[in-house]
Design a protein around this ligand. Structure first.
Ligand code: CTP
Length: 403
């Protein structure tokens, strides 16, 4: 992500002690951070702490000597994101009513940047209908309001009102700052294993955790795409802002894919589809009467090949995955051609840090023109971003060709 200008407004609550950590996260990520504090906030934490960490002057008073006398206007207009954390009930009330009686509240009235408000207060103050009404007003204005955490509060009360952890505030901020370069695109992602029943209590499956597909769906949604995730059973929390279709078997995945594929701009098939299923799935539990039994397996539909053979929308991009254990590149190239793909993502599933159920992956991208791009060991989120960058490039090239 490019360097972004982030304003953090700190108001007078005990949770202000968490803000140095928030500033550090943004500085470490290479962003420009400016802090404004209300007079009451300076009673909880010294401006010098935030000035040292942000490497920028902290503004606490509208009328203090300042090289930029119009900072109360320019800050909020030149920044990429304004965060108010902690946001007290008083500050929320003022912002909801357009009151501009100090530097921070004036800057908020004048800002044109996206706003992230992180309320933190006693749970009774938070539950007060007036506070809730004010929060709703800010929400209606397009501000994003983070839900406070629950638990023991500094005032000994229990309930909602804790400032979310700095890491969670930062994650929300990064999501808001992310460039929406996939806006307007419909992307289907398949993820996880399929399970093929033998009888009502037993099934055949594989070791896929779904992490790679979920990371792609999450990143694509963050980058503005309209994402449909078709997932086999996993233990993962679905990413927010996507449409999730849950399936069990390969046959169900096929039906879900073909119910939605026609208007997709990109289809990314990260799922580990079971190649075979039991020819018969018993209605009742199979009892252990025999010494040995055989289960006849029949081939499942190859969903990706079927998609490749009837690309439904001009310029539709089809990405496959290849889980290989030997002759990795040769097998993957053959799959790319046989399944008529634009790109294939290859991984050696025997590698310790790059196989099933880990958070990292070491992959190689192979493209239709034979280009090979080998990536280092990355987190699955990073692989997802790299993959989405590449499909965007393919789409760009295709669009040029169509012009
Ligand atoms: N795939 C699919 N339907 C299947 C099997 C695989 O859509 N029945 C897709 C996977 O989602 C993946 C790609 O095909 O994107 C390659 O899957 P992989 O298991 O590596 O290859 P297979 O085609 O199954 O070939 P093999 O098992 O012989 O390596």
């Amino acid at each position: 992500m490019e360097k972004q200008k982030i304003i953090i407004g700190v108001t007078g609550g005990i949770a202000a002690y968490k803000i140095p950590e928030l500033v550090r996260i943004f500085i470490k990520a290479g962003h420009d951070v400016r802090v404004a504090m209300t007079a009451h906030a300076t009673r909880f934490i010294a401006p010098l702490t935030l000035e040292t960490l942000s490497k920028n002057r902290v503004i606490t008073d509208m009328f203090e000597e300042n090289p930029d006398p119009l900072a109360h206007i320019s800050w909020g207009q030149e920044s990429d994101l304004v965060i108010i954390a902690p946001a007290t009930a008083n500050f929320i009330a003022k912002a909801a009513h357009g009151i501009a009686d100090d530097f921070l509240s004036t800057m908020v009235v004048a800002t044109t940047a996206p706003m992230l408000i992180c309320p933190a207060m006693n749970s009774k103050m938070y539950a007060n209908p007036i506070t809730q009404e004010n929060i709703k007003k800010l929400n209606n204005k397009g501000y994003l309001i983070m839900k406070p955490g629950e638990g023991e509060l500094a005032c000994n009360a229990e309930g909602p009102g804790r400032l979310p952890d700095p890491i969670d505030i930062a994650a929300q901020a990064f999501q808001m700052l992310q460039t929406k370069d996939l806006k307007g695109l419909k992307i289907m992602v398949t993820a996880g294993p399929t399970i093929e029943p033998i009888d009502p209590v037993r099934y055949i499956t594989n070791r896929s955790s779904g992490k790679m597909g979920y990371a792609i769906a999450h990143k694509a949604a963050m980058r503005g795409a309209d994402v449909t995730l078709i997932s086999g059973p996993t233990n993962l929390k679905p990413p927010s802002g996507i449409t999730l279709i849950s399936i069990n078997t390969a046959e169900e995945m096929r039906n879900a894919v073909f119910a939605h594929h026609t208007d997709m701009d990109m289809i990314i098939k990260a799922a580990a589809v079971a190649d075979y299923r039991p020819a018969l799935s018993a209605d009742q539990k199979i009892k252990k009467r025999e010494e040995d039994i055989s289960i006849k397996l029949v081939k499942n539909p190859d969903i990706l090949s079927e998609l490749g053979s009837k690309k439904s929308k001009p310029g539709q991009i089809l990405v496959g995955f290849a889980a290989e254990t030997e002759n990795i590149l040769t097998n993957a190239k053959e799959k790319l051609v046989r399944k008529n793909l634009d790109m294939i993502v290859v991984n050696d599933v025997k590698a310790k840090d790059a196989g099933f159920d880990v958070d990292t992956n070491r992959v190689t991208f192979i493209f239709r023109d034979g280009t090979i791009h080998e990536l280092p060991l990355l987190t699955k989120d990073e692989v997802a971003d790299e993959l989405l960058d590449r499909v965007r490039e393919i789409r760009g090239k295709d669009n040029e060709l169509h012009c």
